[in-house]
Design a binder for this molecule. Structure first.
Ligand SMILES: Nc1ncnc2c1ncn2[C@@H]1O[C@H](COP(=O)(O)OP(=O)(O)OP(=O)(O)O)[C@@H](O)[C@H]1O
Ligand SMILES: [Mg+2]
Length: 250
């Protein structure tokens, strides 16, 4: 099963009443691939993430994760198969510290979470993992700060740390750099580039420069349909993409 795709969407469609939020999308991600999804507001990007994670179920089509059909599996089952995500809107516990948020997330993703009595070494593993991630993201100074006292940029980074603590195999990032300053975006992008290359990353990104910097290839969504997937140059030169973004004639 060496060549099994990490993620395989086959004709995925999602309708809300009469609205086709996602229409017949085929998407295939190789293990370790970095793919960006771009597209105007309302294109269906977040809906696609919700379908991949199991927060929504498709009206038609199939979703395979590492070759396994997960189309009907609920969120927690998909998490245990290795999916993790961040949200477009910040989703942290503001009263808790950075470390506490990380430890909670670690416990939430651990398969043994319902065991009542565990050796201390069990918790030590969570701590060690949290400390490693804080080092990687240069967030040690903020370790004991309540999340509500962090800058917006720091909060976005903590969210990615949370998504990584369960050691996912597929990481979905919904606009990780939204609301960040240029300088924050640059340093955050550099950090995201250091994510373990074994982890497959699918990210929604409004900032084309960030998308081109982080991703091997780009997929463009428009009105729920997949317009094109390709390398940065192909996307930039594609007439349909230019029309969608800049309103130029095809
Ligand atoms: N739960 C829902 N019920 C009804 N309509 C929905 C629901 N979720 C999304 N939609 C609609 O589906 C379409 C796609 O929305 P979606 O949030 O996926 O777009 P997006 O590409 O993530 O946009 P943005 O760039 O603004 O985040 C929109 O028209 C939206 O109003
Ligand atoms: Mg969205």
């Amino acid at each position: 099963m060496e060549n099994t795709a990490c993620l395989d969407l086959q004709g995925v469609t999602k309708t809300f009443g009469g609205l086709h939020a996602i229409s017949g999308v085929d998407l295939n991600l190789a293990v370790g691939e970095r793919r960006a999804i771009i597209g105007p507001n309302g294109a269906g990007k977040t809906t696609l993430f919700n379908l991949i994670c199991g927060e929504l179920f498709p009206s038609e089509g199939a979703i395979l994760l590492f070759g396994q059909d997960v189309t009907k599996l609920p969120v927690h089952k998909r998490i245990s198969l290795g999916i993790s995500r961040t949200y477009q809107v910040t989703n942290l516990f503001p009263e808790l510290t950075v470390l506490e948020n990380l430890l909670l997330a670690a416990q939430g993703t651990n398969r043994a979470k319902f065991v009542m009595f565990r050796p201390m070494s069990f918790y030590r593993e969570f701590y060690e993992r949290a400390e490693t991630i804080l080092d990687e993201f240069n967030l040690q100074v903020q370790r004991d700060t309540q999340v509500k006292n962090l800058s917006h940029g720091e909060q976005r980074q903590v969210e990615v740390c949370l998504a990584l603590i369960g050691q996912p195999r597929l990481l979905l990032l919904d606009e990780p750099t939204a609301g960040l300053s240029n300088a924050e975006t640059q340093s955050f992008t550099a950090t995201l580039k250091k994510i373990d290359p074994q982890i497959t990353v699918l990210l929604i990104e409004h900032d084309m420069d960030v998308a081109f910097e982080l991703a091997d290839s780009i997929t463009v969504l428009h009105l729920g349909e997949l317009v094109i997937s390709g390398k940065a140059e192909d996307i930039k030169n594609n007439k349909t993409v230019q029309e969608i973004y800049f309103g130029t004639e095809v």
